[in-house]
Design a protein around this ligand. Structure first.
Ligand SMILES: Cc1ncc(COP(=O)(O)O)c(C=O)c1O
Length: 390
């Protein structure tokens, strides 16, 4: 039998490479030529377009999802020493944002199948100091929002959704990021739509959105956003000690066009997702669970589980063999308690969150990007089959 095609050395498939098209290139060039690089009309348009896509009340663009999370936690009124419950199966930024706000992160283990925070575990972690729940819609799969909202309501907790993977995610007809007081999005280079670096906060209440806007620009009063506009110089006043978290027009120039293709990109990723499911059905690896009925999966990450007992290869050896075959792969994520900083600061142990620990030690993310052509998809499949095929 002929062995499967192997990518040539000069064709490394970069993990999470974004699809950048002519329209955003021209829009960035137009911003450069106009001389208006900073926060301006394109940011306002991107906020408006995103708000429209999500059917949200208010949207504020910032320069990362980390900033979006940090400002949401502050605007939610979380005080130093307050506890915020989140998941161990997330990027460090989720937990760091809680710490930056002076609050105490508390982890609730994930469901072994959905890999999302388990509402039953959340219930066990509520104490008199708990002020908020911060669920992450992992890989683009919606968290189980009914029980989570119910817990938040019963204990009068604020709800902040980490939607870094979840632009297109829906739960029972409602869009991710509109359940909580705040929904935080990422437009980092590997995300479903990109601005290079960038983020967005959705908020229900006008006063929350207004506070985020002030905090995102040094704590300067609202008019500061327009101080160099064509209506003449506007005085501003610093009303609190804020941050430098504003998005630039050059970033929004990319985002506006990316957002116009969000559904087309989602369909392409869904095709690739289905193709992987078919091709890997008989392999001894764990595949992502099917999306729950009445939900929409954003198909952000296609994560497989490599259990050395079943496959005869360790996860890290699997990563290496994919790299040797010129396929870029990722790990989302080693569970949060695996990292020395959190172990030292909070005395967390991976074994105390056994589901997240097992997933984190076995998981591999395969390339899943709208930029991939059918040959790229075939190459990924062939490479996986070569490593764990019968
Ligand atoms: C779950 C999650 N939360 C937060 C972030 C932070 O996003 P950003 O890089 O835009 O700050 C990421 C980014 O990878 C993420 O995956």
């Amino acid at each position: 039998m002929k062995s499967p095609p192997i990518r040539s050395k000069d064709r490394f498939l970069v993990f999470g490479a974004p699809a950048i098209e002519e329209a955003e290139i021209e829009e960035v060039v137009a911003s450069m030529r106009s001389g208006w690089l900073g926060t301006g009309p394109k940011v306002a348009r991107f906020e408006n377009d995103f708000k429209g896509y999500k059917g949200a009340d208010h949207a504020v663009a910032v320069n990362s999802c980390t900033a979006a999370l940090h400002l949401s936690i502050l605007s939610a009124g979380i005080q130093p020493g307050d506890e915020v419950i989140t998941t161990p199966m997330t990027f460090c930024a989720t937990v760091n944002a809680i710490i930056h706000a002076g609050a105490v992160p508390v982890l609730a283990d994930v469901d072994p199948v959905t890999m999302n925070i388990n509402p039953e575990e959340v219930k066990l972690k509520v104490t008199p100091k708990t002020r908020a729940i911060l669920p992450v819609h992992f890989a683009g799969r919606s968290c189980d929002m009914d029980p989570i909202c119910e817990i938040a309501k019963r204990h009068q907790l604020r709800l902040i959704e980490d939607c870094a993977h979840a632009v297109e995610t829906e739960y029972k007809g409602r869009k991710a990021g509109t359940f909580g007081d705040f929904g935080c999005f990422s437009f980092y280079v590997t995300k479903n739509i990109v601005t290079g670096e960038g983020g967005m906060v959705l908020a229900h209440r006008e006063e929350d959105a207004a506070r985020i806007k002030v905090l995102a620009l040094h704590g300067m009063s609202k008019d500061a956003w327009k101080r160099f506009g064509d209506e003449g110089y506007k005085h501003y006043f610093v009303v609190e000690c804020g941050f430098k978290y504003n998005m630039m027009d050059v970033q929004a120039a990319i985002g506006i066009h990316q957002l116009s293709r969000v559904e087309a990109y989602w369909r392409r990723r869904q095709e690739i997702w289905n193709r992987y499911n078919e091709a890997f059905a008989d392999l001894p690896i764990g595949l992502p669970a099917d999306p729950e009925p009445d939900t929409r999966h954003a198909h952000h990450l296609y994560t497989i589980l490599v259990d050395p007992v079943k496959t005869g290869i360790s996860r890290d050896a699997f990563l290496d063999s994919m790299t040797i075959q010129n396929i870029g792969v990722g790990v989302h994520y080693l569970s949060i308690p695996e990292h020395p900083y959190y172990q030292q600061k909070f005395d967390w142990k991976p074994e105390d969150y056994p589901n997240a620990m097992r997933i984190g030690r076995q998981t591999v993310s395969l390339p899943l990007s709208a930029r991939m052509n059918s040959q790229d998809v075939a190459d990924v499949i062939a490479a996986v089959q070569k490593v764990v095929g019968k």
